[in-house]
Design a protein around this ligand. Structure first.
Ligand code: G1P
Length: 274
């Protein structure tokens, strides 16, 4: 069973400035819960309770969030406010958290490689917390992927269909159809222009990776945007062995964009909080 889940969380979140000037973008709340907490809940539901977070400068609040706040908790002990902390307390009790810092922003591939020190030589999940995934009709996206991993034992990326105008925002995959929701990846391109996209299947921020990915990342040259791209390392992995693309069940919100963030807020308010 996969126990570790890596959260690359060193990015700046410039699209939300000034809110993210001193606050990590992963702490932006959807209603009353920070994005990263949704991600950790999803990981825990998938059986991954060893949470590894790649942070950066100015991200200490992330560590504080998954820790006890004695003063606050003492103040509200016994009051009707205390119940608001029940969920996060249970989450903290069920997980372990470890952190490492990415000193330079050299891309998602580099962030994942930075996490090697925490993950070690075992398969692991990856959650990009600004992609919020919600499945109200069954297990979360990472849990769906963990089940698949137990069958196939190879790296898996979650994908969804996007419009042709949107391919330049995502890693795009194409390959051989195995079943309605599963593709064996043959081609992967990071953020291709509409005319260069091999399909309209876009990777979203959920991955299961086998640990050989670390050596592949080490051997990956900077790609799109001059950054070390996980998509390129996965393409090398697909050429050597097997990488699957999985059309997940549920909804995904791009909370790295203002529009997606507002949609997620409205959706969660309607479906979870009211
Ligand atoms: C990253 C990946 C991209 C993927 C996307 C999903 O891009 O590089 O392949 O499609 O996450 O959100 P980013 O959005 O961090 O630029």
């Amino acid at each position: 069973m996969i126990k570790k889940c890596l959260f690359p969380a060193a990015g700046y979140g410039t699209r939300f400035l000034p809110a993210t000037k001193s606050m990590p973008k992963e702490m932006m709340p959807i209603v009353s819960k920070p994005l990263i907490e949704y991600g950790v809940e999803e990981a825990l539901q998938a059986g991954m309770n060893d949470i590894c977070i790649v942070t950066g400068r100015g991200k200490r609040t992330l560590e504080d969030h998954f820790d006890t706040n004695y003063e606050l908790e003492h103040q509200i002990a016994g009051s009707d406010k205390e119940s608001l902390l029940t969920n996060i307390r249970q989450l903290i009790n069920q997980c372990t958290f470890s952190y490492t810092r990415q000193r330079e922003m050299k891309g998602l591939g580099h962030a994942i490689l930075t996490g090697e020190a925490l993950v070690g030589d075992q398969p692991f999940g990856v959650v990009l917390a600004d992609d919020l995934c919600i499945n109200t009709e069954g297990p979360g996206v990472l849990a769906q992927m963990a089940q698949l991993y137990n069958l196939f034992r190879c790296s898996i990326v979650a994908v969804m269909e996007v419009s042709a105008e949107e391919t330049h925002k995502y890693g795009i995959v194409s390959g051989q159809t195995i079943s309605d929701d599963l593709i064996r990846v043959e081609t992967m391109v990071e953020k291709p222009a509409e005319e260069d996209a091999p399909s309209n299947l876009a990777i979203i921020g959920r991955y299961i990776l086998t640990p050989d990915i670390f050596d592949l990342i080490r051997n990956t040259d900077p790609g799109k945007g001059g950054e070390i791209q996980i998509t390129d390392a996965l393409m090398a992995q697909a050429q050597q062995g097997c990488v699957l693309a999985y059309k997940f069940k549920g909804r995904r919100f791009d909370c790295g964009s203002i529009e997606g963030f507002i949609d997620a807020t409205n959706y969660c308010y309607d479906s979870i909080y009211s």
